[in-house]
Design a binder for this molecule. Structure first.
Ligand code: FAD
Length: 487
């Protein structure tokens, strides 16, 4: 794209007036309360005051705001629901920044029920997309705790994962078209919804997972799936963490790959939830050391069929597998949800994890992934490493994807401030390298993992990332200081 621009010294008032001239009245926020609210990260760990927050409602307005920012040398931070966990969606302190919030671009532009696709704007809240699809007997399967606040543009930019990736894939795999504004203001339109389109470089996949460093996503087309008509949801106590792989594969074999969620919740995690949030109760009489929340679902009528004895075909098949696993002493105990309420209670427990960890006290979270067969080795070795250091890991995992949220907290009798976190994270990094894992599974890099990018990312890939960033954003104004270190 273009060569670096040499802007004149910033006249903030002139810039803000020009932004206001592009948008409807009241859509450029400059009050201190607004600026500090938008400039604060969900975790509270990162903040930076923007000079203004602009809330456009068309892609053309986004493009004009980007061109204006380049002309004035102002950095841009695109934001959606501001639930990101890596400090990617706030300005870098001291750098004049315009935040562009996509919240007013929240329309469901259309649903093609025949092709099973939905076209939505970047500011649509994830849960609203779920509801729009459900009206047509279809689902948008991206699912996690922040669904009531996070937005589609943020989901794409972080390539969000969640609980259903084991069956449907992450956001990248669900997306088939994108509309966006590049760092020089160019609008790219790719909302055709073609499943096959081999016409050159894939801009869509370049922008997905780029955390706003290569442009601003304004709309996208997604695949939808048939709505399940029957589910089997259960909380299991499993003999060991390494045995969970057997549980997953046997359930997949027996159901034709219908496992939708496979979530690991060890005893310390469930205890922390039940202690911190009194409305949530232990799912099993004897708490599970290795707990698993599983969900299997089907849209097939014969799976939903009620048999003469009042039981349901899919649930029977799952019970049969669990029975066999109990005989093999792999599954120790199981609570099968008998009603929609019991299923909802299990999911409330799962989705309360972050709240419970925050309730527990200060923490440092690792969001990592490993080959499935290596997860147990990582957890068991790390737990032994942590114990004498006063570190209590609170773990929850999208285990079907090998994705662990390994949160380091202070064990009883220890102060978080005194924990040797550097030694623990260094040990985790070493193990990840040895076992072929990744230091960022689904939350992204933002500001919080820039050091790990330098330390652990393959140097060849990092070099290509820098070349791309410099080529597309020569002024380094599109979400600077995030994801790509040392620019
Ligand atoms: P924001 O926080 O607003 O932004 C995130 C990043 O994307 C920033 O770098 C921002 O600059 C960029 N961005 C935002 N919108 C755009 C756009 N339109 N164009 C370009 N760049 C943009 N994540 C998971 O993957 N799986 C989980 O299971 C999960 N569970 C969570 C549970 C809770 C309780 C919370 C608080 C968070 C959880 N997250 C999870 C993290 C977070 O919700 C996701 O990363 C989400 O996708 C962020 O969406 P957002 O709209 O809030 O993005």
């Amino acid at each position: 794209m273009s060569a670096p621009n040499q802007p004149k010294p910033l006249q903030a008032d002139t810039f803000i007036a020009a932004c206001s001239g592009l948008l409807e009245a009241g859509q450029v926020l400059t009050e201190t309360d607004d600026l500090s609210r938008y400039g604060r990260d969900w975790t509270g760990q990162y903040s930076g005051m923007p000079i203004a927050v602009a809330r456009p409602n068309t892609v053309e307005q986004v493009s004009e705001l980007v061109k204006l920012s380049i002309a004035h040398g102002v950095a841009i931070v695109p934001v959606g629901g501001r639930t990101g966990l890596c400090g990617g969606g706030v300005p870098i302190e001291g750098q004049p920044t315009l935040m562009i919030s996509l919240e007013r671009m929240n329309a469901i532009r259309g649903i093609d029920t025949a092709a099973r696709m939905i076209t939505v704007e970047a500011g649509a809240v994830l849960e609203n997309v779920h509801n729009a699809a459900l009206k047509h007997g279809l689902i948008f399967p991206l699912m996690f705790g922040a669904k009531g606040s996070c937005m589609i543009g943020g989901n794409l930019s972080t390539n969000a994962g969640g609980s259903n990736v084991v069956r449907y894939g992450n956001t990248r795999e669900l997306c088939i078209g994108i509309e966006a504004v590049m760092p020089d203001g160019t609008i790219v339109t790719g909302l055709h919804g073609l499943r096959k389109d081999n016409t050159g470089y894939d801009i869509k996949n370049l922008l997905i997972g780029a955390e706003g460093t290569l442009g601003i996503i304004t709309a996208a087309v997604f695949k939808l799936s048939p709505e399940p008509v029957v589910r089997a949801t259960a909380f299991l106590s499993v003999s060991t963490l390494s045995a969970t792989v057997d549980v997953l594969n046997k359930l997949q074999d027996a159901t034709g790959g219908a496992v939708e969620a496979f979530e690991y919740m060890p005893r310390v995690m469930v205890d922390a939830i039940c202690n911190g949030l009194p409305d949530i109760r232990q799912p099993l009489d004897e708490p599970a050391e290795t707990g698993l929340l599983i969900e299997v679902a089907s849209s097939r009528a014969d799976d939903a069929e009620m048999l003469d004895d009042g039981t349901v075909a899919l649930q029977n098949r799952v019970l049969e597998v669990l029975g066999e696993l109990m005989e093999e002493e792999i599954v120790v105990d199981a609570m099968i949800a008998q009603s929609e309420q019991q299923r909802a209670d299990l999911w409330v427990m799962r989705e309360s994890v972050l709240e419970a960890i925050m309730e527990h006290g200060e923490f440092y979270a690792l969001d990592i992934s490993l080959p499935l067969a290596k997860v147990a080795e990582f957890v068991e070795t790390m737990d032994v490493f942590c114990a004498p250091l006063g570190v209590q890991p609170l773990t929850v995992a999208h285990l079907g994807d090998g994705n662990l949220h390994y949160c380091l907290t202070a064990a009883d009798g220890h102060e978080f401030a005194d924990l040797p976190l550097e030694a623990v994270t260094q040990q985790a990094s070493t193990m990840l390298s040895e076992l072929g894992g990744s230091f960022s599974a689904e939350h992204g890099i933002g500001q919080s993992k820039l050091d790990l990018m330098k330390q652990l990312k393959d140097p060849g890939q990092l070099a290509v990332m820098r070349v791309l960033k410099r080529a597309l954003d020569p002024n380094n104004l599109m979400n600077p200081g995030k994801m790509v270190p040392d620019l």
